[in-house]
Design a protein around this ligand. Sequence first.
Ligand code: F6R
Length: 367
Amino acid sequence: EKAGFDHFMLKEIYEQPKAYRDTMRGRISDDGKSVQLKELSMSEDYIKSLRKVHIVACGTAYHTGLVGKSVIESLVRIPVETDVASEYRYRSPIITPDTLVIVVSQSGETADTLAALREARSKGARVLAITNVVGSSVAREADDVIITWAGPEIAVASTKAYTSQLIAFYLFSLHLAEVLGSQERAAVEELIAGLHALPEQVEQILEQAPVLKQIAEFISHHKSLFFIGRGVDYAVAQEGSLKLKEISYIHSEAYAAGELKHGTLALVEEGVPVIALVTQEALYEKTMSNIKEVKARGAHVLAIANSGSEQEIAKSVDETFAIPRTLPLLTPALAVVPLQLLSYYASLALGHDVDKPRNLAKSVTVE
Ligand code: F6R
């Protein structure tokens, strides 16, 4: 069942290249130049009438939604709000018929997410579901569905479901961009080529798992650590932090790197591990100056950086892990993989039940 892996989580991490390919399959034209989401019933006129997008989900799926917000806003300049479903449904959100509500759920059965979907539909909004389970409640009740073909996810900690949701967001955002003509053809084609390259790039990261195992063993001796990043790196930092908490029970917090000095920096003292994501070239100098702030307080910094920049970064940090080069919007689909492996190996080093962490269930069908 585990196909030779010790745990479902590790198996699912290694299944990601296949999950990326399966989620893309049939959704890109044969000439590789445009996205085709034949399953969508929303018309071009509807897309042209859209004025805002709400993305609603829980946990890891919410973290996908944070990346989704950046991708949609950057490609089509429609304002996007991303919210956790348990907040959204009770805060009387301003939903109008020109709002598209996107719910994201691996299982398609999460109670709060389903309730948010119903709330949105009752207010006259269209709902697009991104889910891994065909025929799930969310898939049945939404107006449109994009299935993430990640295959069954057994481990409680979500890995391949998260990344395949990212792929779904990239595809859908490109579809919007094509309909709205908001991007040059060349930019669309470049992103599609970038998507095509991802599975092999993930394989290259997986080959470096032994390095991450060593770093995870170091982390496992600490009580608390921080993840920092800016832009989509901050979104990935939040996912990395959740993953680590959930299966290793080590306390961690994710911070927008520029926000540290507004309070949290007080907690950074000698030896505290800080995992810094530095994949966004436009924000490189800014994040590096935040790294210097934590280094000056004695933090032990691991940087997740783009291949090519690691030698420069290595001068300012204790360890560097390089991910293959891709486009700035696509880095989350690579940068999260080393964080998944760090959590896995930290949990393993501490002797925890990786696939079934305490207090948690795979599918949360009650509030
Ligand atoms: C974390 C995790 C949870 C789920 C959340 C939503 O690894 O698995 O945070 O992401 O419970 O579940 P779905 O996506 O099924 O709605």
